[in-house]
Design a protein around this ligand. Structure first.
Ligand SMILES: Nc1ncnc2c1ncn2[C@@H]1O[C@H](COP(=O)(O)OP(=O)(O)O)[C@@H](O)[C@H]1O
Ligand SMILES: [Mg+2]
Length: 391
């Protein structure tokens, strides 16, 4: 048993319709969802879906509408029963739970945040947030206390007694989130929670979720059809099509190694600067010199490589600065050693920096940025053009 895996799906399929047997046979032989529906009238909402979610991670699921995202997430909280396959929570088959275990699971382990908020409009903010605790017969004083804490957690202090109807969409979603958190679940299930929000509010909510998650260290299963959102939030991203999982990967690996054209199409619509780091667009410096090199050698190197600056590194490949061809010529003519002219005033960045974070640096730098690793070793250089080309 791997303690790190909190929840996992094993070969989960969900078929809607009568003729499931024939549909299964077709699916086993590789038929796609459309063909199966035409031949049997059965909708294969999920087929052979397996994945693991690690404790404390944000696991994002993306896919076009109808690809099975809601169906799988609803299997996790027992709203859907798989046609075949199993869901394990901490390695226990949730289909085998007895009544008491189901109750405990729903109340203490797993909570859902819906897209349409699912709030009770005749109740106040605080009453909505405390609702789950009320159902569990938590004493009034305690649930008010807890609900107040959660109200603050999602940034709604001062709104406790307001009616739901007076809230904006973003605020309603905060209430939905606070209500789910009030139960202190291990796992938060979020089914396109921010899809209905306008872009700026959406960005605030994403930030809110990330900061709450870093504080509370909940496991989050987050569904979205927005690749940027999946990449921004997800530690792991699973992409679905027609009821199947196509690829499960880190955002970075998915961007650089999309499994097929479907994934590639999603990736193409993504803002890659938010995912890719500098090391993905850097190039090797055309011309490297060492401090002990003769100026004439440096000049020749630059001339041979058709560049007007050389990157200077020591024996350990640690970056020292650059020399221009003009300075190297001066050094030669005045018979001075090369290090006299090393320009250390060069902007550097770490190889793991996100491209979006070096945009302004690259824009104002006179020279390509020097890309360094943890030991200050020169790994490559990154030009303004390369940064812009990655956009
Ligand atoms: N109760 C149902 N009866 C029949 N088909 C359903 C039912 N629920 C979902 N489906 C079908 O299952 C597929 C997956 O749906 P869903 O999980 O809601 O997709 P998503 O959330 O990715 O948009 C769709 O083709 C949908 O029409
Ligand atoms: Mg859905």
């Amino acid at each position: 048993m791997n303690n790190d895996i909190i929840i996992r799906a094993e070969k989960v399929s969900k078929l809607y319709g009568k003729n499931k047997k024939e549909a299964s046979e077709l699916l086993k032989n590789g038929a796609d969802k459309d063909t199966v529906y035409k031949k049997t009238g059965v909708t294969a909402a999920l087929w052979d879906v397996s994945f693991e979610v690690k404790r404390g991670e944000i696991f994002a699921i993306i896919g076009l509408s109808g690809s099975g995202k809601s169906t799988i997430i609803r299997c996790f909280n027992l709203l859907n029963k798989p046609t075949s396959g199993k869901i394990y929570y901490e390695e226990k088959d949730i289909a085998q739970f007895n009544k008491q275990e189901i109750l405990n699971y729903r109340r203490n382990k797993i909570s859902m945040v819906f897209q349409n908020f699912g709030l009770m409009s005749h109740r106040t903010v605080l009453e909505n947030i405390a609702y789950g605790l009320e159902v569990r017969n938590v004493p009034r004083a305690e649930r008010v206390q807890r609900a107040k804490e959660m109200t603050a957690m999602v940034g709604l202090e001062g709104w406790e007694d307001k009616p739901i109807s007076s809230l904006s969409g973003g605020m309603k979603q905060r209430v939905g989130l606070a209500r789910a958190l009030a139960n202190d679940p291990e796992v938060l299930l979020m089914d396109e929670p921010f899809s209905a929000l306008d872009p700026l509010v959406k960005r605030d909510m994403q930030f809110e979720l990330l900061s709450i998650q870093s504080k509370l260290e909940k496991t989050v299963i987050f569904i979205t059809h927005d690749i940027n959102e999946a990449f921004k939030l997800g530690d792991t991203v699973a992409i679905m099509r027609d009821g199947k999982i196509i690829q499960i990967d880190t955002p970075e690996n998915m961007s650089t190694h999309p499994a097929d054209d479907y994934v590639r199409q999603f990736i193409d619509s993504a803002d890659k600067t938010q995912v890719l780091s500098v090391k993905h667009v850097m190039v090797p410096p055309a011309c490297l010199v060492k401090p002990k090199d003769m100026p004439s050698h440096a000049i020749r190197e630059m001339a041979n490589n058709d560049v007007s600056t050389a990157y200077v590194v020591n024996e350990k490949m640690q970056f020292l600065g650059i020399v221009s061809i003009d300075d190297a010529i001066r050094a030669r003519d005045e018979n001075l050693p090369l290090p006299t002219f090393i320009n250390t005033d060069v902007l550097t960045c770490h190889e793991d920096t996100l491209i979006s974070d070096v945009l302004s640096l690259a824009a104002k730098s006179r020279y390509p940025l020097a890309v360094l690793d943890n030991e200050k070793k020169l790994k490559g250089i990154i030009s303004k053009a390369a940064v812009l080309a990655s956009l």
